[in-house]
Design a protein around this ligand. Sequence first.
Ligand code: NAP
Length: 273
Amino acid sequence: MPALTDHFTLANGVEIPKIGFGTWQIPDGTEAYDSVAAALQAGYRHIDTARAYGNEASVGRAIRDSGIARDQIFVTTKLPAEIKDYDQAKASFEKTITALDMDYVDLYLIHAPWPWSEHGADYREGNIAVWRAMEEIQEAGRARSIGVSNFSVQDIESLVGASKTVPQVNQIRYFVGHTQNEVTEYCKAHDILVEGYSPLATGAILDNADVRSIADKYGKSVAQLCIRYLLEKDVLPLPKTTTPSRIVENADVDFTISADDIAFLDGLVDTAR
Ligand code: NAP
């Protein structure tokens, strides 16, 4: 089945389209609206946004105006990393749902285990508190699935040890040369879907000569090769582009990378330079 119309199935049975359209750094307004509209037009049915991206309103409007039934589009958004309090988490979800102008989201994630300005700090208790809010949001049917992002094995274990729900997803930075094997393998073993953000290293991998040499073998662009690499690993890619031709290109990834070439790509380091 073409990757664009195929899906993974989360531990709770929810189906999630295999390629998601990323919207980080796409300004609210015309740019976010037009790129989400173009992605939907190109056949994407999975959009990844976040309260922190500031573009939920435009994303929601583009989805509504598309004429595609709401239940045919998978919408992910995220609780800001700075919020580590139950009441604030509940309040933030209301803001999100109002901005998106939707009754529910398909996936709601804790954006990071720590506020961005305190990378690595211990917010175990705060994460447990906001997770309880998210469990209630899911139980109320307002988020079909819930998960985390940027969580390490330890972060996940702290959360799971103190709550009743295992995250259905962990969204992490993942690209050729940056595959975070420990947390990826842990997630797979615990039926937590790994979503790979920045599959093109936010653009930094596109000039890598080694990656290009493999892409050339298949007559594919570096971007297509990099996105396909994640699919070969059963990691859900979330490429971002505001360029209409690239929106189409990034979804045209129905080819197979040989085991030898995967092994070569697995061995690459420092690809994002
Ligand atoms: P990315 O997809 O790794 O790379 C995007 C960059 O590559 C842009 O500069 C884009 O340029 C360029 N590009 C895209 N397709 C291309 C192509 N076919 N040929 C040449 N250049 C191409 O970017 P990302 O935004 O870092 O990550 C993707 C998504 O992951 C985000 O949008 C967001 O949804 C998610 N994310 C999540 C987190 C988190 O903490 N959970 C963090 C980062 C990202 P143009 O747009 O100019 O075409």
